[in-house]
Design a protein around this ligand. Structure first.
Ligand SMILES: NC(=O)c1ccc[n+]([C@@H]2O[C@H](COP(=O)([O-])OP(=O)(O)OC[C@H]3O[C@@H](n4cnc5c(N)ncnc54)[C@H](O)[C@@H]3O)[C@@H](O)[C@H]2O)c1
Length: 244
């Protein structure tokens, strides 16, 4: 199919060493992109980069100076996938403001700073792609994830504003919202609540929780030329558990 190749493009995937990030790296590389795996876990990032013939760069997304250093090291970037995220699950009234600060920094502030640093280059070179991995928890609410959902909902306002501001520069900006997806992030919660994943699967119209590949396919498509007319959109990939 014409317009599906990402050959000649450089893609940064934050959290690229994790469950969903690794699958996104694989699909972008399969379409021909040169992938930079950006993660705080350098050993895992190097492993992920090796799998896709890409490059690993360590970055601590809680540290603004380190993000600036990363932006300098990444060079020209055509595709920026804001995938890194953390979720600390606790009832909101019992939640710790230190956890809010951590989630704000990684889930929302870092995408802002990375975009501010890398978007001007995309526009100068005639185009690019911004993808924000949010969450169905931000669209529909999710028990125990008040602060997480707030940071992930912040991405909607940011991504849609960027879709308007960057359109004339040939840059699209879209949001992908995973539903419950089988990754280390979800395993960390389900290990403490045995049976949780089976219970969740029963509530999902397609009767299973997501796999990282389910998310990666649409992210890769949104980065191709075939998706050049799609911007400012939010797409849930959740087996139908949320429909809007
Ligand atoms: N798994 C799900 O069910 C689910 C559902 C909705 C949304 N999401 C979102 O999808 C994205 C990927 O989630 P996942 O399940 O693959 O998570 P994961 O925990 O498997 O991967 C997260 C990655 O982010 C990296 N990371 C964490 N802190 C970092 C920091 N300070 N600097 C740089 N990198 C850092 C980790 O090292 C890890 O590789 C996240 O934004 C998450 O919020 C996941």
């Amino acid at each position: 199919m014409d317009g599906m190749s990402l050959s000649g493009r450089t893609a940064v995937v934050t959290g690229g060493a994790g469950g969903i990030g690794r699958a996104i790296c694989a699909d972008l590389a399969a379409l021909g992109a040169r992938v930079i795996v950006a993660d705080i876990d350098l050993v895992a990032a190097e492993e992920a980069a090796k799998e896709v013939g890409g490059v690993a760069l360590r970055v601590d997304l809680t540290d603004p100076d380190d993000i600036d250093r990363f932006i300098g090291a990444a060079g020209d970037v055509d595709i920026l996938v804001h995938n890194a995220g953390v979720s600390i699950v606790e009832p909101f009234t019992e939640s710790d403001p230190a956890a809010w600060d951590l989630m704000w920094k990684i889930n929302l502030r870092a995408p802002m700073q990375l975009t501010k640093g890398l978007l001007p280059g995309m526009v100068e070179r005639g185009g690019g792609r911004l993808i924000f991995i949010s969450s169905d928890g931000a669209r529909a609410g999710s028990g125990g994830e008040g602060a997480y959902a707030a940071t992930k909902a912040g991405l909607f306002g940011l991504a849609k504003t960027l879709a308007r501001e960057a359109a004339r520069g040939g840059v699209t900006s879209n949001i992908v919202c995973p539903g419950p997806t089988d990754t280390p992030m979800v395993r960390a919660v389900s290990d403490q609540h045995p049976g949780l994943l089976d219970k969740l699967a029963k509530q999902i119209p397609l009767r299973r929780i997501g796999r990282p590949d389910d998310i990666a396919g649409i992210v890769a498509f949104l980065c191709t030329d075939r998706a050049a007319y799609i911007t400012g959109q939010t797409l849930s990939v959740s087996g139908g558990i949320t429909m809007q």
